[in-house]
Design a protein around this ligand. Structure first.
Ligand code: HEM
Length: 416
């Protein structure tokens, strides 16, 4: 057994998540090369550190389900980019109410204590109850798009506003405040926003959510924030923790779903035979299978989930030593041929529910039922209402998000 795995030249290869031009739906060639060497390898990050890169499906799940693995930055999780390191350092030195990332970066038992308070609001049953409102939101956005000019940018007109409006519904943002909420959310995830603009939008949203918590204390409703207010009253949660959870929901559920809508639309347009099977079915099970296959095939949560070993862990013939950093890669696990036969083929009929696009283990995406439901409404409605939907540019000219950890498109010009 060795504790360092290098490539055939004896060098530890650089960490590189850039997908290849011409193959925008496939994992980065560098990631695939590492996967071909085995399920576990070393990789060199920008800061010279050499964490473990986990590319196999079985090892991905085993490590994310292992209580000897931590997600807490202070315990030594890897920093995958200089920007991430700067953000983490700013957070460590800050006392601001909205500077903490809530439970997504906490280990149990603290993680479980906080997560438990919002699981009810995102249960399958509660999410199903949101389906009619989601259908209304999707239809209204399409009405507006069809009444406007063409070609248009699908990201701006459809894929971004839909999850934004659904999340404001979930949190209990009053309808008349949607514009403020959306404008600031847009600033947060716009690549052209400066760090200062982003910081200001973040603070405004944090302040806004704090005010909203105040309003729910005065007059509770039937929404997620009102549920948290009950916990504050019961002395189980502080107001600051409630606001941080609101900000986490906003962040975690926004750009992810928006990117899935836009990138999934592109993948379907590029695979017309598959698109036809989705458009022509009313079977909820077939639609659910199609959405999970798109989640697997596109793996927008690419680049790797960050973890650190708290004890020695023996896995796949290697030993990850206590204190060593780990990068667990969703996009290669989702193309592991041992689990998904012919993994590079988009096949909307396959049962892809073993995919790891939502992660795995205790931190597995809390909003996955909501995300699935939004996508199950968005794609079929889009293609049924606009059967002639087509790209208004060549694929080569589409700006892909090669520079972020949520993959997608910055713009998707479409016409009909
Ligand atoms: C297609 C859409 C989405 C994708 C691909 C996605 C993906 C993920 C992934 C990979 C994680 C695990 C992170 C880790 O283990 O380090 C995660 C966690 C989380 N997601 Fe999502 N997500 C999506 C939508 C949503 C939505 C709509 C919401 C909420 C409204 C949401 C809320 C959360 C929360 C709260 C966590 C933290 C869970 C925890 O730490 O226990 N996500 N998501």
């Amino acid at each position: 057994m060795t504790d360092t795995v290098m490539n055939s030249t004896g060098e530890i290869p650089e960490y590189d998540i850039a997908r290849a031009a011409g193959c925008p739906f496939d994992p980065a060639p560098a990631m695939r090369a590492r996967q071909e060497e085995g399920p576990l390898a070393r990789v060199r990050l920008w800061d010279g550190s050499t964490p473990w890169l986990v590319t196999g499906h079985a090892e991905h799940r085993a490590l994310l389900a292992d209580p000897r693995v931590s997600v807490e930055p202070a315990r030594g999780t890897p920093r995958l980019s200089p920007g991430e390191a700067a953000m983490a350092e700013a957070r460590e030195g800050s006392e601001e109410a909205t500077s903490a990332p809530s439970f997504i970066m906490l280990d149990d038992p603290e993680h479980a204590r906080l997560r438990r308070m919002v699981t009810g609001a995102l249960s399958v049953k509660r999410v199903e109850a949101m389906r009619p409102a989601t259908q209304r939101i999707v239809d209204e956005r399409l009405d507006a798009m069809l009444a406007g000019q063409k070609p248009t940018d699908l990201v701006e007109a459809f894929s971004l506003p839909v999850p934004s409006l659904v999340i404001s519904e979930l949190l209990g943002v009053p309808y008349e405040e949607h514009d403020f909420f959306q404008a600031n959310s847009r600033t947060l995830i716009n690549r052209n926003s400066t760090a200062q603009q982003r910081g200001e939008a973040f603070q405004r949203l944090g302040g806004y959510l704090d005010g909203l918590v105040g309003e729910k204390i005065a007059s509770p409703g039937d929404d997620l924030l009102s549920g948290l207010v009950e916990r504050i009253d019961a002395g189980e949660l502080t107001r600051r923790e409630a606001v941080e959870m609101g900000v986490l929901m906003l962040f975690a559920g926004h750009e992810t779903t928006a990117n899935m809508i836009a990138l999934g639309t592109l993948a379907l347009l590029e695979n017309p035979d598959q698109l036809a099977t989705l458009r022509d079915t009313d079977d909820p099970k077939a639609i659910a299978f199609a959405v999970d296959e798109l989640l697997r095939y596109l793996t927008i949560t690419h680049g790797g989930l960050r973890r650190v070993a708290l004890e020695d862990i023996e896995i796949a013939g290697q030993v990850i030593r206590a204190g060593e950093a780990i990068v667990v890669v969703n996009e290669t696990a989702n193309r592991d041929p041992a689990v998904f036969p012919d993994p590079d083929r988009l096949d909307l009929q396959r049962d892809a529910r073993q995919h790891v696009t939502f992660g795995y283990g205790v931190h597995q995406c809390l909003g996955q039922s909501l995300a699935r439901m939004e996508l199950q409404v968005a794609y079929p409605t889009l293609f049924r209402r606009i059967p002639t939907l087509a790209l208004a540019t060549e694929v080569e000219r589409i700006p892909f998000k090669h520079d972020g950890f949520i993959y997608g498109v910055y713009e998707l010009p479409v016409t009909w």
